[in-house]
Design a protein around this ligand. Structure first.
Ligand SMILES: NC(=O)c1ccc[n+]([C@@H]2O[C@H](COP(=O)([O-])OP(=O)(O)OC[C@H]3O[C@@H](n4cnc5c(N)ncnc54)[C@H](O)[C@@H]3O)[C@@H](O)[C@H]2O)c1
Ligand SMILES: [Zn+2]
Ligand SMILES: [Zn+2]
Length: 356
């Protein structure tokens, strides 16, 4: 073996193993990145970390998984070396890796919707991702990190916050909106922050008290427990009896989706972001008679990732305030255990020199 590095892998059943492997080298159209920060996303937990060992490597919710790949699909870092055919990216550049690597040629890839590419690979799921010291990536999957954006915030944009930004953008949230967000994990908290930045009034909803408290620190005026007896009355009073105009579910929970649809008013727009599970609809009462528009919002393209990071940098969105836990690359196990408890904000794995 040549120069080696440490990688974290998930054997299943909430275990994390650290292994030593050869440091990657860049192919002609690739780069090697010194990973500066790597976020832990809810999808890492649902698709990989919590999976029983016997089910490792099986596809989950349509995503193909290679049991031997290094997890981590929120990579931010500094380019260390570039392949011979790489143009426009140089060693020293600060970048995030757009975690969906499409074929680059099909109708989806050319329209920046790489997530629908039939030949796509996903960093952290079926090709090596960010929970390692150095990571190989195709040069075309890189997006530059704007000046002033920290590595930790950039990593958060690479999936969780970028997803929240794009769901709020697709709903065209404006200052007149009354927006309800159900599920105040990192994705839901970021959605609340982006809706506030667009001027909306926000009602934040989660069963976890600690997460409701984090929402209140962002400037959300009301954060409610959906299981409280007076929830419906409080939500109605918040909207002046008119219901919400916009809503985002970031819980993936069936009952939370019902709570959200009940809170909507006439003409409301709803985005489903939380993955998995089901929803029971009272079609007439919850959808038809309210003339609701319900959309699904699944991650984002490369240009949408760039736009999200620029929005955060230019508007000074305090994504950093959502990052409550930071761990070093040799302690991915603690990072995952903390994220798995589901009570704090965003968890990132970060190099000492990026920790500011
Ligand atoms: N659509 C996409 O492109 C996309 C991208 C990234 C993540 N995701 C998904 O988004 C979801 C959120 O990610 P995360 O990292 O914030 O996850 P998370 O698990 O940390 O957060 C989910 C939150 O939902 C809350 N919740 C559970 N039941 C509830 C209920 N009945 N009412 C209100 N809140 C309830 C939980 O307490 C938790 O705080 C996950 O399902 C993740 O897989 C989707
Ligand atoms: Zn393609
Ligand atoms: Zn993710």
């Amino acid at each position: 073996m040549g120069v080696t590095q440490l990688q974290a892998v998930f054997p299943g059943d909430r275990q994390v193993a650290v292994r030593e492997r050869e440091k990657p080298t860049a192919g002609v159209d690739e780069v090697v990145i010194r990973v500066g920060a790597a976020g832990v996303c809810g999808s890492d937990l649902h698709y990989l970390y919590r999976v029983p060992a016997a089910e490792r490597g099986l596809p989950r919710l349509g995503v193909s998984i290679n049991a031997d790949a290094v997890p981590g699909h929120e990579p931010a870092g500094t380019v260390e070396s570039v392949g011979s055919a790489v143009d426009g990216v140089r060693p020293g550049d600060r970048v995030v890796v757009h975690h969906i690597s499409g074929c680059g040629h099909c109708e989806w890839c050319v329209s920046d919707r790489q997530m629908h590419c039939a030949d796509k690979k996903t960093y952290g799921f079926d090709i090596d991702g960010a929970f390692q010291e150095f990571m190989r990536a195709k040069a075309r999957d890189l997006v530059p990190v704007p000046d002033g954006l920290s590595m930790a915030a950039a990593a958060f944009c690479a999936c969780g916050a970028g997803t929240a930004y794009n769901a709020v953008r697709k709903l065209a949230v404006v200052a007149d909106d009354r927006l309800v967000v159900t599920g105040l994990g990192p994705v839901g908290l970021a959605a609340a922050q982006f809706a506030l930045a667009r001027g909306a009034r926000v009602l934040a909803v989660d069963v976890a008290e600690e997460r409701r408290k984090i929402a209140l620190t962002l400037g959300v005026k009301l954060a409610l427990d959906p299981t409280a007896d007076d929830f419906a009355a409080q939500a109605s009073a918040w909207s002046g009896g008119r219901g919400a105009t916009a809503g985002v579910d970031c819980s993936g929970n069936e009952s939370a989706r019902g709570t959200l649809l009940d809170a909507m008013g006439v003409g409301g727009r709803v985005a489903f972001v939380g993955e998995g599970g089901a929803v029971t609809l009272s079609v007439s009462e919850q959808v038809i008679h309210k003339q609701l528009t319900i959309i699904g919002s699944w991650i984002f393209g490369r240009t949408e990732l760039r736009e999200a990071m620029e929005f955060v940098a230019e508007r000074g969105i305090a994504l950093e305030s959502l990052i409550t836990d930071r761990y070093s690359f040799d302690d991915v196990a603690s990072a995952c255990a903390t994220a798995d408890r589901g009570v704090g904000g965003k968890v990132v794995v970060i190099r000492e020199e990026e920790n500011r």
